[in-house]
Write a protein that binds this ligand. Sequence first.
Ligand SMILES: [Zn+2]
Length: 247
Amino acid sequence: MPSLSVSLNLNGSVGKDGKNQPHDVLAVKNGLADLGFPVTRDSLVNPETIDIIKLFQSIIKGQTIIVGDGRIDLDGPTLKFLQAANAPQWLEMPKGSPAEGFINHDNRQGDNHDFGTSWMIEMIQTAAQLYLNTYLSSHPSAALIQTNDLSKSRGGITSAHITHQTGLSCDIRLPRKDGKSGGIVFSDSQFDRNAMRAMLKAIRNQSKYAIKQILFNDFTLIAEGLCVNAPGHDNHAHIDIIPPPRQ
Ligand SMILES: [Zn+2]
């Protein structure tokens, strides 16, 4: 994805309990808006502004729930990453296609639980290309990688998950032997374990982003070191990524 590296030249802190000089606030909000974060391009610090600064802080800390003090300090890590060549963008997951090796289930359902970091989206796109090359090419009737539930359009708390607040998490629906996905658990005879193995390997082997963890309860794939057990993960795999080093 294109670099959006910017230089903000702030004179004081911006956000919760910050100095909030109008020119600085506008520069920060323009910077966040340029990256796709949902802020208005004005000089006002309101609760929504602070929420989005916290979202950005949580992302660069690699947290999957919202943390952060909501303030951008002149010598702090938030300002540095906001100006980095690989600053996270906030985007909606593309809808995907057979040629890309993945399908966005939220898009098919018409919901908006598919916003996340450019990092996660790029990881999925890269892994899906690898899955296409290493497995789908020789198993053309196998299911595509089917993503479900990144984060809500503004990030933050979602009733569907404990984490998934910061665009660093994504779920994968289970591939079926009929080439479709979802509606089954790992013990179902319809579960296509070979396709799932290839998907998880592609996710682990793509070289762009480090994987923090993959949660999924299939005993066979756990024994192979591809995932770990966690309550509630019989019918999907959950993936978290680690932020890349700042560039
Ligand atoms: Zn999940």
